[in-house]
Design a protein around this ligand. Structure first.
Ligand SMILES: [Fe+2]
Length: 366
């Protein structure tokens, strides 16, 4: 082989290697960043990657509707109407879905796409495929550096679509499992609450209050979900408290009080084997701690896990505004005043601030 041919060959091989490496590192990065994200999070991330990797101005993730007859925009950026939908057999998008192959177009306005895509100068479509079925498509348009899309662009968008398909399918599966788990937990809590008329609805209310306060504090979606689980399960340990004590009309004796105070420990004990639940279980275990360290375990301030501190405020608000066998409910005004007095003593002051904002936002007093 001549030297010039060799050089050419080597250059091509290096280019090929560089392109394979780019594709591989993209796949690796995506599998890392997409795992554990919500479906919305995955879509946003895919758009970011498509825009930066392919260098385009416009990108959209389309989902195939459950009825299989329509594609709708799930997430988009750039020159794309976020309400865009495509009925079956409407232009090139559906061709790409049906053939499960990418599609490139350089003269969008002159070809048949359905009118909605005609504002794009160039277009590249890649179907997103799960294990068994097509989930939708990724569309990118208006390449920055040139008029056309090249084979490397198709390969890279293909890699993004491949990883997106897997991640979205996993996220669906995760969501289904989570719903199943939540359903089971709710039934368990309802069964527990059905044993005493005093506790009916307490858990669902505390869960709502805690999540609202968490959102007010700017918690991310994952923390809010943990807060939901922790709240739903916070009194599960009462399953071990004798019913006579739970329903007692008069003041509790010292022994009875000691018995009922064990429920956070018992709750944590019941859930001990759920390894993924560590933070959730800590929220339950410490939900009766006091900010000043005078609670059951003597944890003080930020030593008390965050979920437990929020739960404590939500729990107190519901308990004080509900009838109990040994006392009638307090008015919301009195309860809020009392909780403000105990800010920095029983409750985390920052959480009381968020609680007061929540009270204001929802006009809870009226
Ligand atoms: Fe409790």
């Amino acid at each position: 082989m001549e030297r010039s041919n060799l050089e050419q060959d080597l250059n091509l091989t290096i280019q090929e290697l560089a392109s394979v490496y780019e594709e591989l590192s993209l796949l690796y990065r995506l599998s890392e960043v997409l795992s554990g994200l919500s479906i919305e999070g995955i879509c946003k991330r895919i758009i970011d990657e498509a825009i930066n990797t392919i260098e385009v101005k416009t990108a959209a993730v389309l989902f195939l509707h459950d009825n299989g007859e329509e594609l709708y925009t799930k997430s988009s950026r750039g020159n794309w109407d976020s309400n865009l939908r495509f009925k079956q057999d409407d232009g090139v998008l559906w061709n790409s879905i049906k053939t499960q192959k990418p599609y490139v177009s350089h003269n969008v306005s002159e070809s048949k796409h359905g009118n909605s895509l005609s504002s794009l100068k160039s277009l590249l479509i890649c179907p997103m495929i799960g294990k068994n079925k097509v989930l939708g498509a990724i569309v990118v348009g208006d390449k920055v550096s040139s008029e056309n899309f090249y084979s490397n662009d198709i390969k890279l968008l293909g890699a993004i679509a491949f990883q997106a398909g897997l991640s979205i399918e996993n996220a669906y599966l995760y969501r289904e499992l989570e719903e199943l788990l939540l359903g089971t937990i709710r039934s368990l809590v309802r069964a527990l609450e059905a044993t005493s008329k005093w506790s009916a609805g307490h858990t669902e209310r505390v869960t709502k209050y805690a999540m609202d306060i968490g959102k007010e504090m700017g918690f991310d979606a994952e923390t809010i979900e943990k807060l939901r689980m922790s709240s739903l399960l916070h009194d599960i340990g009462k399953i071990g408290t004798p019913k006579e004590i739970l329903d007692k009309a008069g003041k509790l004796t010292k022994e009875e009080y000691k018995e009922i105070s064990k429920h956070p420990i018992m709750g944590a004990e019941i859930l001990r084997d759920l390894k993924q639940f560590t933070e959730i279980v800590e929220g339950i275990k410490y939900h009766h701690e006091h900010w000043d360290g005078s609670g059951l375990f003597g944890l003080k301030g930020e030593q008390i896990p965050l979920l437990a501190r929020v739960l404590s405020v939500a729990d107190a608000f519901d308990a004080m505004t509900s009838d109990r066998p040994y006392r009638p409910r307090k008015s919301k005004e009195d309860t809020i005043r009392e909780m403000m007095e105990f800010s920095g003593i029983q409750f985390d002051p920052l959480i009381i601030e968020a609680f007061l904002r929540w009270v204001d936002t929802f006009n809870l007093l009226y």
